[in-house]
Ligand binder design. Structure first.
Ligand SMILES: [Zn+2]
Ligand SMILES: [Zn+2]
Length: 627
């Protein structure tokens, strides 16, 4: 915003007049701010501003609205000199600091910012700016309890209008917390601030600064995002917990960043906001499956692509790679997949969104991760669509009469929630046999079912085992595990995903052999019931499956595979769907006769597929639905 420099004559006259006339003082503030005042007069300008702050703080001055205006113009002027000036003139900053603080407190506590006149409304802004400078130039000035408590007051702001960017200041708090991380750690105690309220306030103000007022307040969003980033980086325990348990934190940040990215002119404040808020999103994105769908719907993918494609602007290339990898491993949850498909559809329907440029600009490592994300997303969406139409039907066996039927015809044992029964009578009949195992497993059941939202759907995992079955059998043979004792370990933590096999007998012999799986009575019960069907009753379709995801490890299931499965079926080697790997790093391909395979090859054979048509028209979805 550098204006043409003023002439020497005009500058000298303005400096003189600004000592006595408010209108000229206001003009001087503007000229300093826009760099129109020649550098050699900056010290003279400092003297003018400081001279006004020497007016004693008393009732008479405070009641005089003209005096108050002159003071605020002077504070604004000092803030406009910025760190570029004061880092060369630290002594001057120290010299004016006590007067500046006294006046700031007096005006603030007298609520002069509520006056409806120009500079007084900007009181928070003026104080914020001065503290921004101090944070860069001399942190010792803010390193005391008195300033800290004033900073907390400024942060709390005006209780009558706590969300308006004109009624709170974040800069002073950031300055106070910059000196050392220990201050951040003790922040909540020292300020008697409730951590929950603290986080909620930051987020509500962030949202308001972007959406509520006629002009965007990116000066506020960049400070708020910076504050949030700092407290997260310092791992302030109670605050981390609040964000961790918040359903809205990441969606609010994503939605806000999306909206900022829409602005035609991207300023330094825009960039800094994106950079800080993205860091917070990246920290929490992998902590819970349940926050992902809403965060994706709020536009996370677009923010991620912007960060990845503009590495020199945001400096968060590595975090972008970490985020896309977390997202890949979360594509085993149905709600995540459908939110991501919706979000891709929205991007592809936006004619201004330039994916080709994005792909071209991003780091090659991110690009290959991104492309794999898209492939996995299509494939898993097809799987979930097919499941909705009866693919991999869920079945079970009554633990008492051994009737085999659809899952819906069976009810869970009320104690362990593991065994199934076709009727209350059957449950009663089996009780004597099942009692001891049920009580042991029941203790773990609560933890098991509480984690339900982070669990992969049983049917999705079963379909994966079905599709790769011949490869899994080959692996078991190589490891010399008899097929009737075969258990399958499926890792969704690996990308795309990984299979391993184990011998179920080992779990029962040495009470869950620790090198394979965590000891658990649910696991023991499931193994016992699986072997009963698989070995005693020769039901080859019943299998023990253990799943690891990003959020949970060693979650055991007993599932029923498709009955037609052929141990030696042909595998599709030239496939467009994802391969997977085994514990020995061998690659497995899905079977040729697999519905997912068929849909995908039909889809990729369609003419004129490009990025936009793939996601805008979603032909893969139609093909899966038609089956
Ligand atoms: Zn029964
Ligand atoms: Zn039970």
């Amino acid at each position: 915003m550098a204006q043409q420099k003023m002439s020497q004559r005009d500058a000298v006259k303005l400096l003189n007049d600004a000592r006595t006339r408010e209108v000229h003082l206001s003009d001087l503030t503007l000229r300093v701010s826009s760099r129109a005042l020649p550098d050699k007069y900056l010290t003279a300008a400092f003297d003018v501003f400081h001279s006004h702050l020497r007016i004693p703080v008393d009732h008479e001055s405070l009641d005089n609205i003209r005096t108050c205006r002159v003071i605020v113009y002077s504070i604004l002027g000092l803030g406009s000199l910025r760190d570029t000036y004061f880092s060369q003139h630290i002594q001057q900053l120290r010299q004016c600091w006590p007067d500046l603080v006294n006046w700031s407190k007096a005006l603030f506590r007298g609520r002069k910012y509520r006056e409806d006149c120009k500079p007084l409304r900007s009181l928070y802004f003026a104080i914020n700016r001065v503290f921004d400078t101090v944070a860069v130039v001399d942190l010792d000035l803010v390193d005391n309890d008195d300033i800290f408590h004033f900073a907390v007051e400024l942060w709390k702001g005006d209780e009558e209008d706590a969300l308006s960017p004109e009624r709170y200041a974040t800069g002073p708090l950031i300055a106070c917390l910059s000196k050392n991380p220990a201050q951040v750690n003790s922040f909540c105690e020292r300020s008697a601030y409730d951590p929950y309220l603290f986080v909620e306030t930051i987020l509500a103000r962030f949202h308001a600064a972007i959406f509520t007022f006629s002009t965007r307040r990116t000066d506020s969003t960049s400070d708020l995002a910076d504050l949030l980033r700092r407290i997260v980086a310092c791992s302030v325990e109670p605050i981390l917990q609040v964000i961790l348990n918040s359903k809205t934190a990441l969606p609010i940040l994503s939605r806000g960043l999306n909206s900022l990215l829409d602005d035609a002119h991207q300023t330094g404040e825009h960039n800094f906001t994106v950079r800080c808020a993205f860091e917070v999103i990246a920290t929490f994105i992998g902590t819970k499956a349940s926050i992902l769908p809403a965060t994706l719907r709020a536009g996370l993918l677009r923010v991620l692509l912007a960060v990845a494609a503009n590495r020199e602007r945001y400096y968060q290339g590595e975090l972008a790679i970490a985020v896309i990898q977390e997202l890949q491993t979360s594509l085993v949850i149905k709600s995540v997949v459908s939110a991501a498909v919706t979000s891709m559809n929205k991007l592809a329907s936006n004619a201004d969104f330039d994916m080709i440029w994005m792909l071209h600009s991003m780091d090659p490592e991110f690009r290959s991760d991104w492309l794999r994300f898209e492939t996995l997303l299509i494939e898993n969406h097809v799987v979930f669509e097919l499941i909705g139409h009866g693919y991999t039907e869920e079945r079970g066996t009554c633990a008492s009469c051994r009737k085999k039927c659809g899952r819906k015809e069976l009810r869970k044992c009320a104690g362990c929630e593991i065994n199934f029964y076709c009727s209350a009578a059957c449950a009663r009949d089996d009780w004597l046999r099942h009692r001891v195992d049920c009580k042991a497993a029941g203790k773990e059941t609560e933890r098991y079912s509480r984690a339900a939202h982070s669990r992969t759907s049983r049917r999705f995992a079963t379909s994966q085992v079905n599709r790769f079955w011949p490869g899994i059998v080959a692996l078991a043979r190589r490891r010399k595990i008899p097929i009737e004792y075969l258990g399958v370990h499926l890792y969704h933590t690996a990308i795309p995903f990984k299979f391993d096999v184990f011998d179920c007998r080992k779990i029962l012999i040495d009470e869950a052999s620790p090198e394979i799986l965590r000891k658990s009575s649910i696991l023991a019960l499931l193994t016992k019931e699986t072997l009963r069907a698989r070995v005693e009753e020769k039901d080859k379709s019943c299998i023990m499956l253990v799943i690891d995801t990003m959020w949970l490890s060693d979650v055991p299931y007993r599932v029923y595979l498709d009955e037609y499965l052929d141990d030696d079926a042909e595998m599709a080697c030239s496939t467009r769907s994802t391969f997977c790997v085994t514990g020995d790093s061998a690659i497995l391909y899905p079977m040729t006769r697999d519905s997912v395979e068929e849909v995908l090859s039909e889809f990729y054979a369609l003419p004129n597929l490009d990025w936009r048509t793939i996601w805008r028209d979603k032909a893969f979805e139609c093909l899966a639905r038609r089956r």
